[in-house]
Each structure stands twice: as C-alpha cells, then as structure tokens.
Design a protein around this ligand. Sequence first.
Ligand code: NAD
Ligand code: UDP
Length: 314
Amino acid sequence: MLMAEVLVTGGAGFIGSHLCERLIQEGYQVICLDNFSTGKLQNINHLFQSKLFKLYPHDVIRQTSLRAKYYFNLACPASPVHYQTDPVRTIQTSVYGTDNILKQALEADGVVIQASTSEIYGDPLEHPQTEDYWGNVNPIGLRSCYNEGKRLAEALCFAYQRQYGVNIKVVRIFNTYGPRMNENDGRVIPNFFLQAIRNDDITIYGDGQQTRSFCFISDLVAGLIKTMHARDDFTGPVNLGNPYEITILELAEKIIKITHSHSKITFKQLPQDDPKVRCPNIDKARKELVWNPQISLDDGLEETWLYYKKIFNK
Ligand code: NAD
Ligand code: UDP
C-alpha cells in the first residue's frame, strides 16, 4: 500500500501541479494521482527531482487503497470544453471519485479538502456570491454534468462528515489562471492569449458584458494550504477567489494591450447557461483562514503572458 502525508488527485493538472510543488517546498511527502485526461507530464516533470514526490497513475473513479493524512481531491476536468466532451465521465469522476477519496480518508482517519467550484452557484441571482447562497442551476443543461456533479460531491462530503465524522473541508474555487494552464484548454484566458499570439480574432461569446473574477494561481494555492491547516471543525464551504470583477470584453482589451497583438475582437454565440455574473464574497476566507489574494489582475496577466511567450518562443 502506498502511503503519503498528502495525496493530490488531479495533481498533474493546472492547479494540482502548483499545489504539489508548493507542498513539496514545505517539506510534505506528496503522491500525485492522475489519469492524464487533461493533465500533462510536463506540468510535474520537474517535481521528480525531489524524493518527496511520487506519481500514481490512476483513475479516481476506480477504487484504490492509498493512506494519507491529507487528501486534496482535485481530479475533474474544469474547462467547459473538456467537461462537456464526456459528460457521463465528468459526473462519475465527481461522484464516484469523491466517494472513493472519502472512503479512504475514513479508513485512514485523514482530512479531505474537496475542490468545489463557483459553478455550484450556477447563473447566480445573488451577487456577489456568499457561501449561504444555494445557487441557480439548470439540472439538465449542458453544464449540469459539472455543476450538479460538484454539488453532489459537496453533499457526499457533508454526508460522510455527519454520518461517519470524516474531517472535510470544502473549498469553492472561483476562476483561477496562471502559468501552466494548458494553451488548448478552451477557457477564456488561455484562449485569448493563444488568439492574440497568432493575431487571430479574439472570440467573445455573447456581447462580452458577462463578468468573471479571476484569481492568480499563487493566491489560490496559498488559500488551499491555509484551508489544510484550518482548525478541525472548519468544514467550509469557503469561497476562494479574487473579488476584482471584470467583463469579458474588458479582459479581451487588456490581453490585446499586454500582447501588443493585431487581433480584432469578434462576437460568437453565447453557450447555453453561461453565467451572466460571477464574483466571490470572500469575507469568510478572510476571517476564518486569514487569507486575502495579493496579486492584481494586471500583474497576474503579465506573468501568464511571460509563460505563454516562452512556450511559443515569442
Ligand atoms: P485541469 O483540467 O488542469 O486539472 C484536472 C486534473 O484532474 C488533470 O490533471 C486531469 O488529468 C485529472 N483528472 C480528471 N479526471 C480524472 C480522473 N477520473 N481520475 C484521475 N485524474 C483525473 O483543471 P484545473 O483548473 O487544474 O482544476 C482542478 C480542480 O479545481 C478541478 O476539480 C476543478 O473543478 C477545480 N476548479 C478549478 C477552477 C479553475 O478556474 N481552474 C475553478 C473552480 C474549480
Ligand atoms: N469565453 C469567451 N471566449 C472564449 C472562451 C470563453 O468569451 O474563447 C467566455 C465564456 O463564455 C464565459 C467566460 O468567458 O462567459 C469564462 O469562460 P471560461 O470557459 O473560462 O470559464 P467559466 O467561467 O464559464 O467556467
């Protein structure tokens, strides 16, 4: 049986690889479990230099026996393009995968930190979103494989906590970006950078007046680590995100400016159930975790641009 201090499912993905890196820097023994469906070996190659890092190629849908003190459950496609490609698998990953991790934590007396999402608020009727808002979700829409899957995963966490006393901590992650976000991921920031680099049209879905609030990866990882160290009875849910809100049109203009691109903006059809607004209220994280994002959108986009420039030799 493999044993570690920390197991990170989805550890070869964008957020997971940064989290593994930070945990190793802090001296934790880490096992990264991943099936490489959207994750990449390049994201974690540098971590093999450390004796503290092990890779366990595995699908979280299938049971396994892994003992750890902390279980970060991040395995799940996060880009709408990816999670809608195989919606049945997306639901199975959230539901069976989370169930498997909770079972293991129950056996090992471990702590589960569940990566939930702002998507559980759906197309919100309350703005900004606080943790006690129940959301406005279409249960049968194209996004439901992801948002309903994640809602059921939250319900499972709280059921295991109430019924078996499993120590759970649910974090609702808002849009996060930064280096290592796959350029073909389909989410808005990598899409706009890729289009800008190629001087292709920047594709805005809808009229661009929908809003998002973007958190830089180092801030998010700091929030995840603070959650790991939160007191035993802190279950969450807690919002982790940057409350600086921007329209998608403003984001496109910013990226054109940073990249000095000749791209023009074009408008395409808005996908079904695309949330019109999204912004976290982070009072709970500020108070309970003493966490506050530090990196401005301008600084974070500059750092992300340096990364994409490097991989495209620009
Ligand atoms: P990502 O696609 O880069 O990473 C997901 C990782 O999970 C990948 O390495 C993938 O290979 C792995 N994975 C997927 N299905 C799996 C399975 N069945 N078994 C094992 N591994 C599997 O996405 P990300 O942005 O790093 O997101 C990580 C987590 O954070 C996800 O749970 C996502 O829902 C959550 N989240 C992310 C954001 C964001 O803005 N990045 C926002 C909200 C929530
Ligand atoms: N979006 C866009 N053009 C793109 C990709 C996304 O206008 O090329 C929009 C999308 O419709 C949404 C927002 O940008 O309103 C954020 O999309 P993303 O896929 O990054 O994540 P979401 O927050 O929707 O899960």
